[in-house]
Design a protein around this ligand. Structure first.
Ligand SMILES: [Zn+2]
Length: 386
């Protein structure tokens, strides 16, 4: 059975099981897991181990520095296929501990589920769980050996999981990312690369009324550098540079000795990333005597839509079409761990998670009536031997 046939057969089987899917989503959302809370992450990881152990072997990868564990599940392929596939999930959320009291997990009369992290991305984990479950119930295995990563630090830039993601994905035929889709369930075949920079300026303090000419104003220098940084914006090629946070000075009557700017950079191509990086590192102080120190750099390389990725999306579109669902592709300025897999040359399909809206926002929600079709799509992709 190919992926399209399987999805078409599965969707009507999964539709009546929506409540079971809501229950698993509720179970995961009800274990809060902010990226910075080790005991919470441990609890969530244990639950994931219990849920996913029936599908294969799970190893725990304990990063240093108090970060929660990453989990790697290996699911055997049918007939010892030589290629491998990976699926990426993160189980941390942006929501701090206690959010659940304010926004408890709940599903309203229209089937809209709410709760911290439901859309980003515990809904995606739920989708994968039911996709694997559907295969098992039918005695099917993925076409390729599947390695699923559940990581604990995506929302803070994947500092400890990046190496694990790259090591696991290198040489894989495909990477599936269970992140939230664009509205309407649209998959993501391109993501901007993201960078963070910190520009620190040192001037010289002086009395603002008595002898300001002896000072070097770090805040004036900061203003000039802000203009220089914003001049790097080039919307036509998708490059954005935003001085989002500034600090500086001590008192109104003191010429500011110090100031700093936190800069967010987004680019569509590696070439642009290099151009912007060169420009930022090459910034020169404009006031005589002022000093600049620049830290940071590109955090996630851009996920560029390759021919292989376009072909991969086409497989997904055909599988969805076989079950009567119209699937689209799109791009986003937000980064994910799919940026890492795409950058090492693994065709990556992102946004395969639950449909909904409002990642990182108070109106975060999942449309539970779409869960069955998303699980059927994922199951179809896993068995498809393209
Ligand atoms: Zn996410």
């Amino acid at each position: 059975m190919n992926g399209a046939e399987l999805a078409a057969a599965l969707r009507p089987e999964l539709e009546p099981r929506r409540q079971a899917m809501i229950d698993v989503l509720g179970q995961l959302v009800s274990i809060e897991s902010p990226s910075d809370d080790l005991p919470s992450l441990e609890r969530c990881a244990s639950t994931l181990e219990t849920l996913f152990r029936p599908f294969g072997s799970i190893e725990r990868i304990a990063p240093e520095g108090g970060q929660g564990p990453h989990l790697r599940l290996t699911v055997d392929a049918r007939n010892g296929h030589q290629e491998r596939a990976v699926a990426l999930c993160h189980y941390d959320t942006v929501w701090s501990l206690g959010t659940l009291q304010r926004i408890p997990f709940a599903v309203d009369a229209e089937g809209v589920a709410r709760g911290p992290g439901c859309f980003d991305m515990k809904g995606g984990i739920t989708v994968l769980y039911f996709a694997l479950g559907a295969l098992r119930e039918r005695g099917l295995a993925p076409a390729r050996q599947l390695q699923v990563l559940f990581t604990s630090d995506e929302e803070i830039g994947s500092p400890t999981s990046r190496a694990v993601i790259e090591e696991t994905s290198r040489g894989a035929a495909v990477a599936y990312v269970l992140e939230s889709p664009l509205p309407g369930g649209t998959l993501k075949t391109a993501r901007k690369g993201t960078g963070d920079y910190l520009v620190r300026i040192t001037g010289r303090a002086a009395h603002a009324g008595v002898e300001p000419q002896k000072g070097i104003s770090a805040t004036e220098e900061l203003a000039r550098q802000t203009l220089a940084l914003h001049a790097l914006n080039d919307y036509a090629v998708g490059t954005t540079v935003n001085v989002g946070v500034v600090h500086g000075g001590s008192r109104p009557n003191v010429v500011a000795a110090e100031a700093e700017a936190h800069v967010d950079v987004r680019v569509e191509t590696l070439a642009e990333a290099e151009r912007i990086d060169r420009a930022i590192r090459g910034l020169q102080a404009q006031l005589p005597g002022a000093q600049l120190a620049i830290d940071g750099g590109l955090n996630r390389p851009p996920m560029e839509r390759s021919a292989a990725m376009a072909a991969l999306f086409e497989r997904a579109r055909a599988i969805a079409a076989a079950m009567g669902v119209e699937l689209h592709e799109g791009s986003t300025g937000g980064g994910s761990d799919g940026n890492f897999t795409a950058a090492i040359g693994v065709p990556t399909l992102d946004g395969l998670g639950a449909e909904g809206e409002g990642a990182h926002a108070a109106h975060e929600h999942v449309l539970t009536d779409r869960l069955p079709r998303r699980a059927a799509l994922m199951a179809g992709l896993l068995v498809d031997d393209f």
